[in-house]
Every structure is written in C-alpha cells, then in structure tokens.
Design a protein around this ligand. Structure first.
Ligand code: TXA
Ligand code: MG
Length: 318
C-alpha cells in the first residue's frame, strides 16, 4: 500500500525518480515529471492508459509556462488571467521541451495552473512541471479523496500526498481553439457560463470519441462497475423498482422509495455541492448492496452540465 501523508519534501523526493498521487482542487492526480519520457511512461503504465490519450501538464507560474509554449492566443490568455490558478485547462502550441509522449505527439499540449495550495507549494519546490492525469485506473471514476486513490492505485505507487477532499470535485474544463474559435473540449469544474462571460460565445465539442483533439472523451469514461441508468426516475422505477436498485437523487429524496436506498448528490440543492460530492457518491453507489444504480440528471446549468455529462458517461445501459 502507498504511504498517505502531507510531507511536501517527501513527495518532492519521490518525484525525482518516480510517480506519486497529488491533490488538486478538481480531482487527485497521478503526477510525474512532465519533461522526462521515462516518468511519463510510468504514469501511463500505472494507470493502464493508452498512449494515444495525452496528459495535462501542471505548471507553477507563467514564467515556467512560457518555456513550454510557442504562442498564447489572446482569448485563451484572457481565460488564464481570469481563472488561473483554477479548474481550467488550455490547449496551447508546445515548445520542443515538451516530449511527444506527454501529449501523444500532438502539436498542442494541455496546460493547467492548479489552485490547491499543497500542489502549488509542491510545484514551487520542483524544477519541472508535473504531468498528471486523474489518479484512477483508465475508464473508472476519478478520485476526490486520498482513500479513493489508495483503494485503486495504492499497490502501484509509493506515496499519496493528502490534501483532503477535493473542493471542486469535477475535472478541469478543457478549452482550445478550432480555426481561432474558442471551443470547450471537456465540460468540467469551470462553467461554460463563466467562460462566456469573459470571452463571449464558445463552441462545445465533447462527444466525438474519435476526434484526436479530445481523445480522452471516450464513452466508457467514469464508469462504475454496476449497471447504471440515468434519466427520469419515475420512468426508471416503473421498470426497475423490483430489481433491487439504489437511487441517486439530485437533492430531494423521493417519498415513494426507502430513504436508506437513496443517495443525495447535492446537500443544499446547489450545483457546486453536487459537483464536489459526485464521484464519492458514485463510488458509494457502486459499493452499495444493490443490483443497479438509477440516477436523475442535475438541472442543466452551471456545473450541472458537466455533472450530467459525467452521469451520461457513467451510464452503461445494461
Ligand atoms: O482536473 C483535471 O484536469 C485533472 C487534475 C489531476 O488536474 N486531470 C485530468 O486528467 O482530468 P485526465 O488525464 O484524466 O484528463 C485529461 C484530458 C483527457 O481527456 C485528454 O484527452 C485531454 O485532457 N488532453 C490532454 N492533452 C490534450 C491535447 N494535447 N489535445 C487534446 N486533448 C488533450
Ligand atoms: Mg481522467
């Protein structure tokens, strides 16, 4: 099992020669030296992730970023100024310093300045940026607590830097340009509305799993092991009420179903509370003594859009 601790110096020492799990404000990451092809290969191996699915490079500062890119197009720079450090990843043309393996040979690499104070301090102790995908086996739900990482990758890594439960709880929103038009490639912890307030209307292209610009958006992503269906709970219960389901309600518990078989996503009805709890609740539902998970969608605004995207991908229609 991995050691769980909060020593930045221990984490930094391990990162000189191997990979460790780190907290961020979005989800826990599996981090290694983004500029060392050996370390990046180790990340892919531990995660069992295909090499065509590129990683996000986490940077400490604009000074560090400037050595890794060849251009910072205006609308993306504006977003960085507004939302970094934070749950926003930008696709930018990479310099020769970023190895092919980190970005699957694409001309652009993904960059993010994370907001979690522990990872900011860790980055400031290192003289390299950190490549970090979410610290889960490829295809499973992302981890938002140190113990989620321990349960799944603990046997494969030496150290988990514990930064507490992730504040945002959804992966970063990924934005790049297509023919100069700002485009969201993954909905995430920064809402489309917040982005559009800064730079005006953006395109959203999140569903083409064959698009090499967003190779990570595969349908199987974020899947629990149990059969799961998301939709109108009245209709789903007509069909599956007798098949021992566990319900995932957005906020209001149903009065026509046993309370102890319902898991509540949002404590206060807000999108941010639901986002922070989503992956933990999905894991609880997966471990629940039930035959299947039945979930309802969140209201489709703010972080609700990203929550619904994850619920849709988690559903496996069996
Ligand atoms: O919040 C997050 O973004 C977390 C934390 C740890 O920072 N990381 C994360 O990484 O979610 P990961 O590897 O699970 O998702 C990275 C996504 C993938 O969908 C990948 O395809 C996309 O970023 N991506 C990375 N580089 C890309 C590139 N050059 N072009 C297009 N998509 C890219
Ligand atoms: Mg992931």
């Amino acid at each position: 099992m991995a050691k769980i601790g909060s020593s930045l110096h221990e984490a930094a020492a391990f990162l000189q020669h191997t990979v460790v799990a780190i907290p961020t404000e979005t989800v826990y990451g599996l981090a290694g030296n983004a500029l060392d092809p050996m370390r990046v290969a180790e990340i892919f191996k531990v995660k069992n992730r295909p090499f065509f699915d590129p990683l996000i490079v986490h940077v400490a500062s604009y000074a560090q970023l400037s050595t890794l890119i060849t251009d910072f197009p205006e609308p993306l720079k504006k977003l960085a100024d507004a939302f970094w450090p934070g749950p926003l990843t930008l696709l930018l043309p990479r310099s020769g310093i970023v190895p092919d393996i980190t970005c699957s040979g694409l001309p652009e690499a993904a960059f993010r300045m994370p907001a979690h104070p522990l990872v900011q301090e860790l980055l400031s102790l290192l003289d390299f940026p950190l490549a970090a995908p979410s610290a889960n086996p490829f295809g499973y739900v992302s981890p938002t607590k140190a113990e989620h990482v321990q349960a799944q990758l603990g046997a494969l890594i030496p150290y988990i830097l514990d930064g507490g439960p992730c504040r945002v709880g959804l992966e970063s929103t990924i934005v790049g340009l297509i023919a100069r038009k700002p485009t969201i490639f993954r909905l995430g912890g920064l809402s489309q509305e917040a982005i559009e307030q800064m730079i005006g209307p953006v395109d959203v292209q999140i569903n083409q799993s064959s698009d090499p610009r967003a190779p990570g958006m595969l349908k199987s992503h974020y899947s629990p092991r149990k059969p799961m269906l998301t939709g109108n709970l009245d209709l789903l219960l007509q069909r599956y009420a007798d098949d021992n389901p566990v319900l995932l309600v957005f906020h209001e518990y149903r009065s026509d179903f046993p309370r102890e078989r319902q898991l509540q996503l949002s404590i206060d009805g807000s999108d941010s509370s639901a986002a922070a709890r989503l992956f933990d609740i999905l894991r609880q539902a997966d471990d629940f003594p039930a035959n299947r998970i039945l979930a309802e969608y969140a209201p489709e605004f703010g972080l609700g859009k990203a929550i619904n995207d994850r619920l849709r991908r988690a559903s496996n229609f069996s």
